[in-house]
Design a protein around this ligand. Structure first.
Ligand code: 6PG
Length: 241
C-alpha cells in the first residue's frame, strides 16, 4: 500500500495542497504523453479545490476531465457534481469544453452509466474487459466511509471488472452513476481530499481498522496500484479522542 498523508491547517490549505499536486502530476504526465486524464469528485469538500484551480494559469488544452461519480440529476441542479465544478472552476477557469467528459445524468440512470462507460472506453481506446488507467483520480470520503458513490452495503463495491455503473443509494433515496472499484484502483495517482472533524472515525477505520470493504468502501484505497495521497486538514487528521 503506497500511501502518504499530507496534513494542512485548514480546508483551504488542504485544497491548495491537493491542487498544487494535481498541477504537478499533470505536468509530469504531459511531459511523457500527449494527453493527461483527471477524474474529480463532488460533494462539498472539492469546492475550495475547484476555486483554487480556476485561478491557476495552467494550460488545460491537453487535459481531459472526467467525474468519479454524479447524482442522477440534470446539470444546473444544486445536487449536480458537474454544476459544482462548472460554477467554481470550469466556466471561471475557461476549461476547454471539448475536454469535458460529463456524465449525462439527465438521462435515465442506467443509460447515463452506459453512455459514460462507452465514452471512457472510447477515449482510452480500450479492448473489451480492459480497465482505463487515469493519471489522477481525486476522491472524497463520507463519514460513513463511502467513496465515489460506493456506499456501505452496495454490491458494486465488490465489482472487479466494470468501468461505471448506476447504483441506488438507499440511505439517500437517490440514484447515482459511479466509477467502479477496478477503475479507481488502477489510477496512477489517487488524491483523497478529506476535511472536517466528522471524518476522524472514518479515517481511523481506513488507516487502522479491520478490513471489511463492503462495510467500509474507502478501504478499497488500500489496494490501489498507484500512489495514494491523503490531503487532510488538522480537524480530520486529529487522532480520535
Ligand atoms: C459525491 C462525492 C462523494 C463525496 C463524499 C464526501 O457525489 O457526493 O463524489 O463521494 O466525495 O460524499 O463528500 P463531502 O466532500 O461533501 O464531505
Amino acid at each position: 500500500m503506497n500511501f502518504r498523508k499530507d496534513i494542512s491547517p485548514d480546508p483551504a490549505a488542504a485544497a491548495e495542497a491537493c491542487g498544487r499536486t494535481i498541477l504537478e502530476l499533470l505536468s509530469n504526465s504531459l511531459a511523457e504523453r500527449p494527453e493527461a486524464t483527471l477524474a474529480i469528485s463532488g460533494g462539498s469538500t472539492p469546492k475550495l479545490l475547484f476555486a483554487w484551480l480556476a485561478e491557476q494559469p495552467f494550460d488545460w488544452s491537453r487535459v481531459h476531465l472526467f467525474w468519479v461519480d454524479e447524482r442522477a440529476v440534470p446539470p444546473g441542479d444544486p445536487q449536480s457534481n458537474f454544476t459544482l465544478a462548472d460554477t467554481h472552476w470550469l466556466t471561471p477557469g475557461a476549461f476547454p469544453k471539448d475536454n469535458i467528459h460529463r456524465i449525462h445524468a439527465e438521462k435515465p440512470v442506467g443509460e447515463a452509466a452506459s453512455i459514460y462507460a462507452d465514452d471512457i472506453r472510447g477515449f482510452f481506446q480500450l479492448e473489451d474487459g480492459q480497465i482505463p488507467v487515469f493519471d489522477i483520480i481525486q476522491q472524497g470520503m463520507g463519514a460513513d466511509v463511502h467513496t465515489a458513490s460506493l456506499f456501505p452495503g452496495e454490491p458494486a463495491v465488490l465489482d472487479t471488472t466494470g468501468v461505471a455503473a448506476a447504483v441506488y443509494v438507499d440511505k439517500l433515496k437517490a440514484a447515482r452513476i459511479t466509477l467502479l472499484p477496478a477503475v479507481l484502483a488502477a489510477a496512477r495517482h489517487t488524491l483523497m481530499l478529506v476535511c472536517g472533524e466528522d471524518k476522524q472515525q472514518a479515517l481511523a477505520t481506513v488507516f487502522d481498522g479491520p478490513e471489511s470493504i463492503q462495510n467500509f468502501p474507502a478501504q478499497l484505497t488500500r489496494h490501489h496500484r498507484g500512489e495514494v495521497i491523503w490531503f487532510l486538514d488538522e480537524a480530520a487528521a486529529r487522532p480520535l479522542a
